[in-house]
Write a protein that binds this ligand. Structure first.
Ligand code: ASP
Length: 459
């Protein structure tokens, strides 16, 4: 509903560009070059319906170096859409709220996840096997995501107007060495305050691991504290996500209003959906069944059949956490995995192991980088692999959780987080697909690990 309204609003109140007397006076103060203002005076009070038209006029009036230095500023000043300013704030507030919750959510989600693995007799052989499965399947998933976005280049050639002017967008690409070094924070508080995703994940892993090494009294106290905090932040996140329709309305209306050519946007989004779903299908129907067959010596089709009700629930709720009771039931009752293995691998899998989410995060970053024309070579794609792997571990098992994380992942690559508005219209439907893959991977993991422990299964 919000989407449809946003499209209608954006089409009716499309943005235009006009340099009024007042705007010119303001520009004169910022540019401080009479010659340029004189040339811009010719455009005074003329209204241009699209950004391309306005840009063409600027190209005719200004020299290349002037254009390069001041084009962004002039476009921003000339931007005219009074109707949009009434609703734009909803999108901005929604994005701010997502950014607000992401660090506390990741921090507590990872710590409470590790505490579950590390508690009691769980750590050791079983814990290591489980971690190995989670990491390797996520890496395979990310590789299939990278394959599709590289081959089909969904964002290349996109002419997404307007978004660049939302923030003062300048690409500040970091190199691999710096990113790796900066994973270790030099100041814990600075990392938390600056939303440094990778450092926060690193810190959470450390805190989680060392809580499990504490004596019983302190361990118990901190475990209880972090699991309560996790629950608290999950609740707040779900509250924010309930406001998503308003946020989506504000953000998508702006994207549509600023488009010169909506067909172009639809085409790029279509190709993005194709890449994400293809990678999800390959991972779910080829990679995971193959692993289940080879390492679990099981019949993956029969296991798939056993998991139907859990997978359908995952698809309709878009939440691995909400699906967990059904996942446990299907894996234990139908596929015959023991209580011990299912109770250990599935709850932690639901929060930590997210292959579908890893594919999605990878595809979004590559898509937005392609749109902005940022080169993503082998090194950068390695950084994406690492980031998507860690970020999928930190993603909460609730609807739209990856969106929360993507807002700050874009920062790592120097991409403006407002760009997330482009994928908002298709996020929910892709969430249903990726959550299904998340749950399917957890269940295959339980089967493979149970078999490796010598259990007799029903598949
Ligand atoms: N909705 C997903 C899940 O619960 C997480 C995500 O947003 O990717 O598994």
């Amino acid at each position: 509903m919000a989407l449809v309204l946003a499209v209608v609003f954006g089409v009716i109140f499309s943005s235009s560009y006009i340099l009024t007397e007042k705007k010119l006076t303001k520009l004169a103060k910022e540019i401080r070059d009479e010659n340029i203002i004189c040339r811009l005076n010719i455009l005074k009070n003329k209204k241009y319906k699209t950004l391309s038209e306005f840009e063409k006029q600027l190209e005719n009036r200004l020299s290349k170096p002037d254009l390069k230095s001041f084009q962004g500023l002039i476009i921003k000043a000339a931007y005219h859409n009074p109707a949009l300013s009434w609703i734009e704030w909803m999108g901005i507030v929604f994005l701010r709220a997502l950014k607000m919750i992401v660090i506390p959510l990741i921090f507590t989600s990872i710590i409470s996840g590790i505490i579950t693995i590390g508690s009691g007799q769980n750590l050791g052989r079983l814990g290591l096997k489980t971690l190995l499965y989670y990491v390797s399947t996520s890496v395979l998933a990310i590789l299939s995501g990278l394959f599709f976005v590289n081959v089909f280049q969904p964002g290349t050639g996109a002419d997404i107007k307007g978004l660049e002017t939302m923030s003062d967008f300048s690409i500040q690409q970091k190199n691999l060495k710096d990113i790796l070094i900066e994973i270790v924070p030099d100041n814990i508080f600075k990392s938390l305050v600056n939303n440094d995703l990778l450092s926060v994940i690193f810190l959470s892993l450390l805190v989680g691991i060392f809580i499990t090494q504490l004596d019983k009294k302190n361990n118990g106290m901190l475990s209880g504290l972090f699991s309560s905090l996790f629950e608290l932040f999950m609740k707040i996140t779900m509250f924010i996500i309930r406001l998503a329709p308003l946020g989506i309305f504000g953000l998508v209306a702006k994207v549509i209003a600023d488009q010169d050519n909506i067909g172009n946007l639809v085409h790029n989004l279509g190709s993005f959906i194709f890449c994400v779903t293809s990678a999800l299908f390959i991972h779910a129907l080829l990679t995971l069944p193959l692993l289940t067959y080879l390492f679990g010596r099981n019949n993956p089709l029969r296991h798939l059949n056993n998991m139907t009700s859990a997978l359908l629930t995952a698809f309709s709720t878009a939440s691995s956490a909400a699906t967990l009771p059904l996942t446990m039931n299907n894996v234990k009752e139908k596929s015959g995995v023991s209580e011990k293995i299912a109770n250990f691998t599935l709850p932690i899998g639901a929060t930590v192991n997210m292959d579908g989410t890893a594919i999605y995060i990878t595809a979004v970053v590559m898509f937005i980088a392609q749109i902005t024309g940022m080169e993503m070579g082998v090194k950068e794609q390695l950084i994406i692999l690492l980031t998507a792997l860690l970020a999928s571990i930190g993603t909460a098992a609730i609807p739209m959780a990856s969106l929360v994380i993507i807002t700050i992942i874009l920062n790592i690559f120097g991409l403006p987080f407002e760009m997330i508005a482009i994928i908002l219209p298709v996020d929910r439907i892709l969430d249903m697909f990726r959550t299904t893959v998340n749950v399917w991977s957890d269940s295959c993991g339980a089967v493979i690990i149970a078999k490796s422990e010598g259990e007799q299964l029903k598949v």
